[in-house]
Ligand binder design. Sequence first.
Ligand code: SF4
Length: 222
Amino acid sequence: MKDLLLQVLREESIWSGRYLVFSDEHDRGAYIPDLDTVQRTMGDCQRCPLCRTRKNIVFGEGDAQASLMFIGEAPGAVEDETGRVFVGPAGQLLTSIIENGMGLKRPQVYIANILKCRPPGNRDPLPEEVGQCIGFLESQIDAVQPKVIVTLGRVATQNLLNTSTPISRLRGIFTEYKGIAVMPTYHPSYLLQNPSKKRDVWEDIKKVMSYLQISRPDQPST
Ligand code: SF4
């Protein structure tokens, strides 16, 4: 009975706010939820008003033990329809970066968003929505324990790193989240509108590849 109660309390604490999401327990080797537990705890989440306008919750997908994690902002229209993360036009560009640029397969990485439900009209997430939702993402990070996180765009970067510094000053420079290397870069949807910025993103991605010692199959390994 006591064990059951503790399990319930732990699962509830996943979404109890960004400072109660197992963050301190991570280093002490205490309980860390797996992705299934995080998703089960989320359930048919109604913790913020976006539950009333979404069609599907977009939890995230990929390798549960990935070395590399991409974090975006929130689902768009295609993601809302399908329940899958980064599968619209911006998602196709991200997939191309992963597969054609890095030489990986998309299922080898883990991809998630700050928000799991689409804000109407793709508006920016509200602080209270982020406050209710970001605990799920933090638990996903705890569960996957990637070596590198790439944050895509201003919203993902500022909310994960808890900063208001502009993305233009943060991108391209490794920083840290709970001991995990973080590389901020531009969001693929921004690249669709500003193709000249693809060069900057490729420079950022090359730093990530170097950090993870990823070499393209058509590149020499040294
Ligand atoms: S955005 Fe997050 S907190 Fe809000 S309803 Fe969706 S899953 Fe729940």
